[in-house]
Design a binder for this molecule. Sequence first.
Ligand SMILES: [Zn+2]
Length: 328
Amino acid sequence: MVLASAPDKNVFSAGPVPNALTIDVEDYYQVSGFESRVARNQWHLYPSRVKENTERLLVILRRRQVRATFFVLGWVGQNCPDLVRQIRDEGHEIGAHSFWHHRIYTQSPKAFREDLVRTVQLLGDLAGQPIRCYRAPSFSITRASWWALEILVQEGFRYDCSVFPIWHDRYGAPGAPLGIYRVETAAGPIWEFPPAVYRFLGIPVPCGGGGYFRLYPLWWSLWCLRAIRRQDRPFLFYLHPWELDPQQPRLPGPLVNRFRHYWNLSATARRLEVLLDEFPFAPVSQVMEQYLRQKGTEFPVVRISELSKPTGIATARAIKPAEGVKLR
Ligand SMILES: [Zn+2]
């Protein structure tokens, strides 16, 4: 079904830039937190819930006429092709979330490219349009895997949403810019749109979705996101379909991973509706196109050589803008 009814509150030709809403379409047993207990060649043995959970999200978005970017796991696209077509038919953008959900820094560049090409071909055929947006499994583009950005450019990607500018045991690039920036690679530029992080009393606070959205009190998430908007920049929010599914089967795994995965699942749908009622959202490409039109050249530009420094952590201060481009 194509959303055709007017007016569409996601058509923003002027005025405030909407925020980016992103969904990582994967099943509950495919997450990195359980990968030590769930072998990839056993995925097909688990009862799948990704279709029903994604459809719950689609209903919530349809009711509010909100469109999003759905970063689909290639394996899910292969096994649920109609789900990808349904997402597309409802006017959402299709992005790529790898095929096998391997974290990038555990892969060789060659293996990453093979996984990427397979995913892009599959999703591109299903969506009937080129795939331009990427989200790495578990935000795994870090200082150990910056090379992935160059490969993304070579494979036709324009936007990446994988670099989380915080410290975390599984991901993160502390010191990377909090706002949108352009990364210059040897193959050309790519725009990086990081998940929402608000610097509170000097501390970067991740507030862009997922487990943080379920863990914090709702008022704190909203307060941080409002504070980002007051800085005159859009934020990027992310969720997974399994986060709206309190009934999903419980899997064994490390205690901390079980806590992160299962905490407060019953609150996600209601909280998402509160969020959608307060903030305007749109797919990544739409947000970026409008933001670029408004901002012109006033963007941080980061050279990959700066990000890749093997010693220490490149900070936003250490990253020099290109000539004629000023840091915010
Ligand atoms: Zn994922």
